[in-house]
Write a protein that binds this ligand. Sequence first.
Ligand code: F6R
Length: 263
Amino acid sequence: MEVIITSDYEEMSRISAELIAQEIRYKHDIVLGLATGDTPVGTYQELIRIHKEEGLDFSKITSFNLDEYVGLPPLHPNSYNYFMKENLFNHVNVNPANIYVPQGHIEDPEHFCFWYEAQIQKAGGIDLQVLGIGRDGHIGFNEPGSSFASRTRIKALYKETIEDNARFFSHQDDVPRFAVTMGVGTILEARKILLIANGEKKADIVAEFIEGPVTSQITATALQLSKSATVVLDQEAASKLKRTEYYNWVRDNKHLVQKKVGR
Ligand code: F6R
């Protein structure tokens, strides 16, 4: 796992957006996995800037979002469908036919989950999966105890997740108790993974998932099993890591390795 520690939220967003942009430039018809939440908002804003000012072309990309609340229609302002339109899709030249966000307001969610997995396979699998992390260590809505083999399915949300997400709703009781989420197994099949995290409230879980043992109790530790995972953090989220000096040395001397192995 490559760990990049940045000075603040702005630099974290700039670097993660540049990593995504590089992948889009390299493969125009890339399949992206996308996350919602506070963390990637700055990254999406920077991607929009790169699109507008530098012509980054989204027209051939396909994207699959990680999750959606069960019960919220796509036009609900707290739905992740709405979030993605507001924060990215409405501002870049994506083809709406190639945009997939799980639907939470449907009669047969289980059937939907099978269909969603099949669409990911049909698209050739995810090239780059973008992730945030919950305070309980979740990726997507894979709450503690989720199997590392899990696929897209309905998951009951953990108490901490409901509390954290209550800020977007008028009352905590309005926060849906269930979500459709890609599984840990689905996420692990991505060819590359980029997890971003910021703020002091993520410091404990960031240290645990990067430097602690692999456990389904902290589903983000599954990234230790990924073929290619990069974590971009701000100073605060990185503050409880023990091997900071090593990560910074690798970051500053990466060019030495890249010269030897190429891209
Ligand atoms: C959202 C998602 C979640 C969030 C996580 C962090 O699509 O999959 O795992 O990434 O809950 O949320 P924020 O960024 O709001 O702290």
